[in-house]
Design a binder for this molecule. Structure first.
Ligand code: NAD
Ligand code: GLY
Length: 368
């Protein structure tokens, strides 16, 4: 039988980590294309980790593709939502692996957004001390950020992503077609992480996003492709230099210190991660402005873009004390001293402390 002619992925970004290097494929039609799956790690069994929302859309397609490569293809469904990113849900993956007698070559496929990806990755890192896994991100946020770079985690009631591991996937497959079914709120949440790369690293990309934000909101495939590819290139460049966040990688957390406080303070799942990051970037930019890193015109410009992306720019009224309390449970905090990713000049970020009094003023300003 002739081999079906199938297009190569439109773009391949490689994340260079020596023996842990891997490709990030970005394109349309990848899920249903047999060649996409030709180089996934060989094994007798595959376990697809997903949830009912995503499985209804793409589960059959992925299962069909994997059946051609793996003798046994199992699926485990996790409850959908950030509030389920916890031990109890993680255990469902271990239950499935053990119930199906999965050995240490079993390949885990994370089919879904960042919640599924982070949990499937953590399960892969720990089952039998590590099994291979492949990220198949289906949200914009997961394609531009969470599926790349090997951070895996679950939440703890006292802090977000507090329990986890650095563990790299073998491959990341970003099928842009999956973004067409995303609810608008989720698309905006993903745009927050796209916008993030501009102020911290690439002003040209920031200007491109500003010029094309309406086309991105309209999900034009060529625009989505450029946004995903450039985001992955920047993330791969950062992670390639600092896989375990000894320094540089922390810049990818721009907006996250305030954002994580919003997520935890409002209750996981109330504000989407990307919404909290969007608002957190407004707050971090205002703090950067107070410290002289950017002028008010730059801070206004970024706030306007975040607003145009359909994201909240007004912080919720948790009270400055509560913000500070929540922000102290942050992986960047050292001996209880808060550290923020701030813009020290447009297109460049640094990690530094700031006086509590100034942080309080910024919180109050951003809640108004
Ligand atoms: P998510 O995983 O909750 O997905 C959002 C919603 O969209 C879910 O209801 C999901 O079922 C649904 N969905 C997924 N794909 C869909 C599709 N194609 N069509 C329709 N619906 C779809 O949220 P997210 O924004 O993808 O990820 C957020 C999580 O990622 C957070 O837990 C955050 O901490 C984590 N994160 C991790 C990293 C990292 O480096 N590991 C980076 C950023 C964010
Ligand atoms: N999302 C931040 C990081 O991967 O480091």
């Amino acid at each position: 039988m002739p081999t079906a002619l199938v297009p190569e992925p439109s773009h391949r970004v490689t994340i260079d980590l020596g023996v842990r290097s891997y490709p990030i494929d970005v394109g349309t039609g990848l899920l249903g294309n047999a060649s996409t799956w030709a180089a996934t790690p060989p094994a007798a069994a595959a376990l697809i980790v997903t949830n009912a929302t995503v499985a209804a859309l793409f589960g059959d397609r992925l299962t069909g593709m994997l059946r051609a490569r793996y003798k046994n293809v199992h699926t485990v469904m996790l409850p959908d939502g950030e509030e389920h990113k916890d031990w109890q849900t993680l255990n469902l993956i271990f239950d499935a692996l053990l119930r199906h007698g999965c050995d240490r070559r079993t390949v885990i496929f994370a089919l879904g957004g960042g919640v599924v990806g982070d949990m499937a990755g953590f399960a892969a890192a720990s089952y039998m001390r590590g099994v291979p896994f492949v990220q198949v991100p289906t949200t914009l946020l997961a394609q531009v950020d969470s599926s790349v770079g090997g951070k895996t985690a679950i939440n703890h009631p006292l802090g977000k992503n507090m329990i986890g591991a650095f563990y790299q996937p073998k491959q990341v497959i970003c099928d842009l077609d999956t973004l067409q079914t995303l609810p608008p709120r989720e698309l905006s949440a993903g745009l927050a992480e796209v916008i993030k790369y501009g102020p911290i690293h690439d002003l040209e990309f920031l200007a491109w996003i500003e010029a094309n934000i309406d086309a991105l909101m309209a999900r034009e495939p060529a625009m989505l492709s450029r946004a995903v590819v450039r985001s992955c290139e920047i993330k791969a460049w950062v992670v390639g230099q600092d896989e375990r966040e000894a320094g540089l990688r922390a810049i990818l957390n721009f907006g996250h210190t305030f954002g994580h406080a919003i997520e935890a303070g409002m209750g996981y799942g109330q504000w989407l991660h990307g919404e909290a990051v969007g608002c957190g970037m407004v707050m971090a930019t205002r703090l950067s402005q107070r410290l002289g890193g950017v002028d008010s015109a730059f801070a206004d410009r970024l706030t306007e873009l975040i607003c145009r992306a359909g994201l909240p720019v007004k912080a919720p009224q948790l009270g400055a004390d509560r913000y500070l309390e929540l922000m102290r449970v942050d992986k960047k905090a050292e001996a209880g001293e808060l550290k923020f990713v701030l813009i020290d000049r447009p297109g460049h970020a640094t990690v530094r402390g700031a006086p509590d009094s100034l942080v309080r003023e910024v919180i109050e300003q951003c809640c108004r």
